[in-house]
Design a protein around this ligand. Structure first.
Ligand SMILES: *[C@@H]1O[C@H](CO)[C@@H](O)[C@H](O)[C@H]1NC(C)=O
Ligand SMILES: *[C@@H]1O[C@H](CO)[C@@H](O)[C@H](O)[C@H]1NC(C)=O
Ligand SMILES: *[C@@H]1O[C@H](CO)[C@@H](O)[C@H](O)[C@H]1NC(C)=O
Ligand SMILES: *[C@@H]1O[C@H](CO)[C@@H](O)[C@H](O)[C@H]1NC(C)=O
Length: 275
């Protein structure tokens, strides 16, 4: 009788120590999100659950709008709506007076819809520099974005972005280059890639419209033009003066010869005719 009573007590004690103790020490909190990356204003579901058999309290901490859709002792299922910025969600449960929680970061994304490419200038001389600029408005998160500036299918420049201020949602990349003759035969373009694979999302690729550069052979600069003009004028003056000298000397020679002719005729005149 006493031995039976002792046995029952042992089992009861063991059950109390083992199970309430293991529950308290080893209970876990899990969080399952429908997605970790969502579009602005999108809704998503979150399931907070625990391995604790009889949690005292439990729930979801968030600054966003939440609605409890369904619940049972070991889980609570919520709908989160109207997300506008990156946020952290916390699931928590209290088991035998001890609280445990689990967090998840939810990011807001906006795929690149428009990609604008600018070539500056669009008409450039061989050997002169030009700038390619790519601009993508309303895109996030910037740390998942890569902008590639392309000439034909060749990548001239690739730009990635660090964690930027949440307000800054416009991305730009610029690249300066020297114009080559063959640049006129290729299309320039910009490719924006938002890679959300590491956050359980997709990869979004958007191309800009292609643009062409007009290349021309450099003309002599203004200094060269001035030098050429001055040299031409001097050459013209020189040639003109040489010509004038020649003409005048001929004329003078003729006049002198003419004078001699008159004197000789005068000398040749008979004395009787002289005054
Ligand atoms: C929430 O998660 C628990 C544990 O994984 C699961 O048993 C339950 O069915 C889930 N609830 C909903 C509504 O998905
Ligand atoms: C959604 O969020 C925006 C900005 O965070 C707020 O202005 C708007 O009132 C919210 N709408 C609802 C239905 O809660
Ligand atoms: C959430 O983000 C913060 C900083 O932004 C980081 O320290 C933390 O580890 C992230 N948590 C998870 C679960 O990824
Ligand atoms: C450049 O792009 C235009 C418009 O898409 C296309 O018609 C043209 O063939 C392209 N030129 C080259 C050299 O790829």
């Amino acid at each position: 009788m006493s031995s039976f009573g002792f046995g029952t007590l042992t089992v009861a004690l063991f059950a109390l120590v083992c199970c309430s103790g293991s529950d308290e020490k080893t209970f876990e909190v899990h969080m399952r999100l429908e997605k970790l990356i969502v579009k602005p204003k999108e809704s998503f579901e979150v399931n907070c659950s625990t391995t604790c058999n009889q949690p005292e309290v439990g729930g979801l901490e968030t600054s966003l709008n939440k609605i409890l859709l369904l619940e049972q002792t070991q889980w609570k299922h919520y709908l989160i709506s109207n997300i506008s910025h990156d946020t952290v969600l916390w699931c928590h449960f209290t088991c035998s007076g001890k609280q445990k929680s689990m967090s998840s970061n939810v990011s807001v994304y906006q795929p690149p819809r428009q990609v604008f490419l600018t070539l500056q200038p669009t008409w450039v001389a061989v050997g002169k520099s030009f700038t390619i600029e790519c601009r993508v408005p309303a895109v996030e998160p910037l740390d998942s974005l890569t902008l590639s500036l392309l000439r034909g299918s060749e990548t001239l420049h690739s730009q990635t972005f660090g964690k930027a201020a949440p307000a800054l949602q416009e991305a730009t990349a610029t690249f300066s280059s020297m114009a080559h003759r063959e640049d006129g035969h290729h299309n320039f373009s910009c490719l924006a890639v938002l890679d959300l694979m590491s956050r359980g999302g997709e990869v979004f690729c958007t191309h800009s419209a292609p643009k062409m550069l007009e290349i021309y052979e450099p003309v002599p600069d203004s200094q060269m033009v001035i030098i050429v003009t001055v040299v031409s004028v001097l050459l013209f003056l020189f040639v003109t003066s040489v010509l004038l000298c020649f003409i005048f000397s001929q004329h003078w020679r003729q006049r002198r010869m003419g004078t001699y002719g008159v004197r000789a005729a005068w000398r040749r005149l008979p004395q009787a005719f002289r005054p």
